[in-house]
Design a protein around this ligand. Sequence first.
Ligand SMILES: [Zn+2]
Length: 117
Amino acid sequence: MSHVLCNRCKRLMVPRVIFSRSVAGRWGWRVGGGKPISNCCPFCLSEHWDVAVEPSPLRGSILMKLLSIPVTLIMLTLIIGAFSEVSDYLGGSAIVEWIGVIGAFVATYRFGRWFVN
Ligand SMILES: [Zn+2]
């Protein structure tokens, strides 16, 4: 293991890998997750240990988390609205509308996570 310098706390460390969360099953098996998504400094827990300047100090703050709620809600409404327009155009197809609702939730969830982190 080679040590690298953390630009946040100026300590030599071995980056700790962050795994995505998985759904734990009953008999020890897991569904999804467990993939390495990022790494962080074990001392200051910064994911931006390898850059001299942190991308945005606003990111990950409580302000951004609060701000992400109305932003994601607006996005959700817009996507569902767009899909219901499409379904109307296709003669009121309920399937298209459902795909839109599910797609909107997935997209909003992903956007929300990107926005906050
Ligand atoms: Zn550090």
